[in-house]
Ligand binder design. Structure first.
Ligand SMILES: *Cc1c(COP(=O)(O)O)cnc(C)c1O
Length: 730
């Protein structure tokens, strides 16, 4: 290093500034929902961008220095770069955001949000499906609105799993070890500058975990990780897989999340003023807080009262199997010593997780979450109703309608789910700042001014992008030697951009009935093969590896996709994840959802579709019960008669075929002289105009803040001195 030049060229200076800042940007997921910033990474090296599956952290490790030299001299890149950083710095420094303006007194009251999964971006695979995506959207929107939310979850070493469909048409689960250096995570440091470490006693062992953090705009997500050398081999993999392992692994994980999560926040010097458990997995957080209070001399009764006074619980499913419970025996082992420390008897402790409808007497996580929360909600109006019925047993002296479970209907983070082509169109007609007003119905009226030809053209482009994506996947499968010809067929090789394309992407849980469409094959074939008005369907989705009926459903649908009988008009896309979901919800013509009502708590994929001008064709359940207005898509009523499941499926399938044949298909193919289906476009516009504002995460988060967080923060202020001093002493 003896002969460093004394005066450096401007591009050397640029490079020196560039890399550290690019690294900083790659370590804040804000880049993923901000087009100007995403473009910086896209153009950095387009091939590498694709090869790393849009992972800027990996890209920066692999990019060649000649390429960077070249970019440093490129005026266009430099301008892009400067703009991206200006908006990043402005975003991070802003004080005039919604929360800061409306609720300034609470601007520095952290709200903890615990969730077993967060779907933020494909390059951070710590999610499995709807629940995680919802949590991710919640956190991103909190960042955008300036809500002081702090997320707590897991750093899963092997994430959920990648789905491959074998030659026999069955799903295979592939697990890969994630390399932490490829992720935008960094050690969460305590005040002393060490990586935060906590321990949790599980079944008389002391399990250690380290804590990582990810920046999500202004918000921060903390991730617990048990893969540390001092743990036994089985404890090291405790946090390896999302929803993996048996009951005891699940219990261990949930103890780490709840108990370890609270301890991690304490160790980091974060003292939340409100606590939100997203689904039952996180509910043990209350037990740790109980323990803290008792240790500090607060009576059990008072402690429970304090905890309730600042806790929110959100339940996410009416499906029984979606509610975790554990045997008393297992709980007694895993929590041994816990109740004594709290001055409780074992029986009193078990009462916290008691579900009166369960005669066997398990420990129920939803019951626990509800017990310790003064505010409880479901995720759509219908789900609120269903939950009140389901959990009335916890309030035996109340009428069903008086059960204190409310609802906040889910919504989606608009900047994450909007196609860039749609974003351009909306910027042109709704104003450049349209995204900041995404929950304002009046703003969305402007969509009616968009010429039909323009919106139709964008829809065609997005459909072609989807079909290109599918073709690329097939090519990779084929050239990689994995695909035989019938898998090429099943992948959608014969898909046609001029044909009405209907998408179905979601978990293959049985209640979602992915095979409903195949109930009457003759009728379906007639629809697919129609010479003048054909239809094609794309399916995608994973089944939980332990869900045999769900895997059977995939096999069934995949077999149809492989069959010549279906005219090449049924496709199954492997490995449904956020990346595939984006192409699907943006690119198809119609989004299909036909669960067995009333089991869809909300559903959010249809909201993403509507936002992009893809109308829904759905059972009136979950969010669609609120979203459908007769002009913005199609609803098919399921029968109100008491039928067995077979008869119900027959009935619903027939209604589905009727709606397709009588309404959806004719309207799509009914074009004027200008070759534009104006009737269809009017439905597209209504879907955007009505569903856009109502099912945005912005509307959702403001509701959580105004109905739940702020009332808790307000009611706590009188208590907060006392509680606060106890909590910070812990
Ligand atoms: C949005 C989304 C979901 C949730 O879809 P539902 O409509 O709730 O079934 C699941 N998985 C992925 C990858 C998603 O993007």
């Amino acid at each position: 290093m003896a002969d460093l030049p004394t005066s450096r060229s401007s591009h050397e200076v640029f490079l020196e500034d560039c890399l550290p800042r690019l690294k900083q940007l790659s370590h804040n997921l804000w880049w993923s929902w901000t087009p100007t910033s995403r473009q910086v990474f896209e153009v950095l090296d387009q091939t590498l961008w694709r090869l790393t599956h849009h992972n800027p952290v990996k890209q920066l490790q692999q990019i060649q220095s000649e390429r960077l030299q070249h970019l440093a001299e490129d005026v266009v890149f430099r301008r892009r770069y400067v703009e991206a950083f200006k908006s990043f710095d402005d975003y991070m420094a802003a004080k005039d955001h919604w929360f800061g303006t409306k609720h300034s007194v609470h601007a520095s009251s952290p709200i903890a949000y615990f969730s077993a999964e967060f779907g933020l971006h494909n390059s951070v695979p710590i999610y499995s499906g709807g629940l995680g995506i919802l949590a991710g959207d919640h956190l991103k929107e909190a960042s955008d609105l300036g809500v002081p939310l702090v997320g707590v979850s897991f750093m899963y070493r092997q994430s959920y799993f990648r789905q491959v469909i074998g030659l026999d048409g069955y799903q295979e689960a592939k697990y890969e070890n994630l390399d932490r250096k490829d992720l935008p995570i960094q050690p969460a440091l305590t005040e002393s500058g060490e990586q935060c470490r906590v321990t949790v006693e599980i079944n008389r062992r002391s399990v250690a975990c380290v804590v990582w953090k990810i920046f999500v705009g202004r918000a921060c997500l903390y991730l617990l990780d048990t893969d540390v050398p001092e743990n036994s081999p089985e404890d090291r993999v405790l946090s390896a897989r999302l929803y993996g392992g048996d009951r005891s692994v699940r219990l261990g994980q949930e103890m780490i999340l709840g108990i370890g999560g609270v301890r991690a926040l304490r160790a980091l010097g974060i003292h939340p003023k409100a606590w939100h458990a997203n689904e039952g997995h996180a509910a043990f957080l209350h037990l740790e807080r109980l323990q803290e209070f008792v240790r500090n001399g607060v009576s059990i009764t008072k402690a429970i009262q304090y905890i309730r006074q600042n806790s929110v619980f959100t339940t996410h499913t009416p499906v029984e199997a979606g509610h975790d419970f554990f045997s008393h025996h297992l709980i007694a082992d895993y929590f041994s010593g816990f109740w004594e420390r709290c001055g409780l008897t074992q029986q009193e402790f078990f009462e916290f997780g008691k579900n009166p409808n369960d005669s066997v007497g398990h420990f129920h996580m939803t019951a626990l979450g509800i017990y310790f929360s003064s505010l409880v909600n479901g995720v759509s109006a219908e789900h609120g109703r269903v939950s009140r019925r389901m959990w009335q047993c916890l309030w035996p002296d109340r009428q069903e309608q008086d059960v204190p479970i409310r609802h906040v209907t889910n919504g989606v983070h608009v900047p994450t789910w909007i196609a860039s082509e749609m974003n351009h169109l909306y910027s042109k007609y709704l104003g450049a700042d349209w995204m900041t007003k995404s929950d304002n119905p009046a703003m969305w009226q402007g969509i009616l001014d968009v010429p039909d030809s323009e919106i139709w053209e964008v829809r065609q482009i997005l459909k072609r992008k989807l079909l290109n994506f599918i073709t690329h996947r097939i090519r990779m499968g084929w050239t990689g030697g994995r695909f035989q010809s019938d898998q090429v067929l099943a992948g959608g090789a014969f898909f046609d951009p001029y044909v009405l394309t209907i998408g179905f992407g979601r978990r293959f849980a049985t209640y979602k009935r992915a095979n409903l469409l195949f109930r009457d094959l003759d009728r379906l074939r007639a629809i697919l093969e129609d010479q003048w008005r054909p239809v094609q369907f794309i399916f995608a989705g994973k089944a939980h590896p332990a869900d045999e009926p769900g895997k059977q459903l995939i096999h069934e649908v995949y077999r149809y996709a492989q069959s010549r009988d279906m005219s090449g008009r049924i496709a199954f896309i492997e490995d449904y994840d956020m990346h595939v979901a984006k192409f699907l919800v943006q690119g198809v013509d119609v989004w299909l959802n036909n669960p067995r009502a009333p089991f869809e708590a909300s559903g959010t994929s249809g909201q993403k579709a509507a936002l992009n001008g893809v109308p829904n064709l759905s059972v009136l359940d979950g969010w669609w019960k609120e979203g459908y207005d007769g002009t913005n898509g199609w609803a098919f009523p399921t029968t109100t008669e008491e039928l067995d499941e077979q008869a119900q499926d027959d009935h619903d399938a027939n209604v589905l075929y009727d709606v397709l044949e009588e309404q959806v298909i004719p309207l799509f193919y009914q074009c004027d002289q200008d070759r534009i289906p104006h009737g269809w476009v009017s439905i597209v516009k209504n879907a955007i105009r009505t569903n856009g504002p109502e099912f945005s995460a912005r509307r959702m988060l403001k509701e959580y803040v105004d109905k739940f967080y702020v009332p808790l923060l307000d009611s706590n202020s009188e208590l907060s001195d006392r509680v606060g001093s106890i909590e910070s002493a812990s």
